[in-house]
Design a protein around this ligand. Structure first.
Ligand code: SME
Length: 164
């Protein structure tokens, strides 16, 4: 049994350090990237409050755009064109997109009408975007600089663990 729980209140940066340690422990020794992404989505969901969607979109070799990966939340759009929406923008630019108000983001793709804010962090391997981590929240402006730094650290830590 795996037992992970959010740190009690307090220091957000410390919670993210715990999240990275847990993510590395959870994926240690497992070469199946889909299994690891599934468990990582569940881990994020368990450890971060106020989310309504958490998961991965992948850049598959030989396929244009992004394809849905393992996630927790409502069923979501399967394919996102390169540069489209928040996820496609993160993938195309290789930069984190922290969106306080999804309705103000041009081209935002609404998979869950409850989403109000969103954080999308690219996962890079050898300088190439191979996936993005996508977090949605029903709360406006849910994500701040600590969330950005924490999920970027997570993306870097797990990049080699989600081979597909
Ligand atoms: N909102 C995203 C689409 C994916 S869902 O949020 C799960 C976007 O604009 O790219």
């Amino acid at each position: 049994m795996f037992a992970f729980s959010p740190s009690d209140g307090g220091d957000k940066r410390e919670s993210y350090r715990d999240l990275v340690v847990a993510a590395l422990a959870l994926t240690d020794g497992e070469s199946d990237g889909v299994a690891n992404m599934a468990n990582l989505a569940a881990l994020i969901w368990t450890m971060l409050p106020d989310l309504n969607w958490a998961g991965f979109y992948r850049v598959l070799p030989g396929t244009a755009g992004l394809v849905l990966g393992p996630f927790i939340g409502k069923p979501a759009c399967i394919r996102i064109a390169h540069g489209a929406g928040v996820c496609g923008t993160a993938a195309a630019t290789g930069t984190t997109q922290c969106v306080a108000d999804v309705h103000a983001f041009p081209g935002h793709i609404a998979c869950d009408a409850d989403s109000r804010s969103e954080l999308v962090v690219p996962v890079l391997r050898d300088g190439t975007v191979v996936a993005v981590i996508d977090l949605d929240s029903p709360a406006p402006a849910r994500f701040d600089a600590d969330d950005v730094a924490g999920i970027e650290a997570l993306a870097q830590a797990i990049a080699a663990r989600i081979q597909f």
